[in-house]
Design a protein around this ligand. Structure first.
Ligand code: SAM
Length: 220
């Protein structure tokens, strides 16, 4: 089955999501620097680009930069005066991302802030950086509930919040799981579901990244 998911993802990528030098060199530089290959898939990257374009996002927040692959997708949807802030705890990941972002000609629109997101998010708030038009959550899963909380504080009516990896091969429904990441994801989904400030859903996906999915929420 997995071979078929991968083959279909390759077909979708080849027909609808053609790569280019910025993406291929970003992935090559990330591999050369031994970053883990845990960036979003090309079809999900294009989805983020489309979401940011549809909501005409001018201010984007990303939690979890890695080598900047998703950052480039999101950054490409920005207008000339748009800004993207991406939060990354690992200085090595951030350095690779900054090189990739510069090669993608996005350095003038993107800031990568180094530090634990739970430290840099309050700094953004106290520096008056919100509200953001689109927020992409893709860092450590155990803190997703806290990231959702901060996302709401940095939002306005109409902000779109996308969170990746919320299915985790189905482990999201395992109430007894002792895996902190699965617990974090489950708490996140439950929190989103009971929060009256958002309308939300989650979509299961299969593809080159296996069986997973993303959640999307609109701030009301
Ligand atoms: C799944 S990767 C992000 C992938 C990236 N969004 C992409 O698709 O190209 C998660 C990243 O979050 C970072 N991260 C983990 N814990 C973090 C934390 N507490 N604060 C900020 N970043 C964190 C990791 O170092 C890693 O680079």
């Amino acid at each position: 089955m997995k071979e078929q998911w991968m083959a279909v993802d390759e077909f979708i990528s080849a027909t609808l999501v053609p790569s280019d030098l910025a993406f291929s060199s970003a992935l090559e530089a990330s591999t050369a620097a031994a970053l883990p290959p845990i960036q979003i898939s090309p079809p999900l990257g294009k989805f983020l680009f489309l979401m940011a374009s549809i909501c005409q996002a001018k201010r984007i927040l990303e939690i979890g930069t890695l080598g900047g692959y998703s950052t480039i997708w999101l950054g490409r949807a920005l207008p000339i005066d748009g800004r993207l802030t991406s939060l990354e705890v690992d200085p090595k990941h951030a350095a690779v991302a900054q090189g990739n972002i510069a090669r993608a000609n996005l350095a003038n629109k993107v800031d990568v802030l180094i530090g634990r997101a739970l430290d840099t998010l309050p700094q953004l708030a106290s520096n008056g950086k919100g509200p953001f038009d689109l927020i992409f959550i893709d860092a450590d899963k155990s803190n997703y509930p806290e990231y959702f909380d901060w996302s709401l504080r940095l939002s306005r009516k109409g902000t779109v919040i996308v969170a990746d990896n919320v299915i985790r091969g189905g482990r999201v429904i395992d109430e007894a799981s002792d895996d902190a990441d699965s617990q974090g994801i489950r708490r996140f989904v439950e929190m989103v579901g009971t929060n009256r400030r958002v309308a939300a859903t989650a979509i299961q996906t299969v593809g080159s990244k296996g069986y997973d999915g993303f959640a999307i929420a609109l701030v009301l």
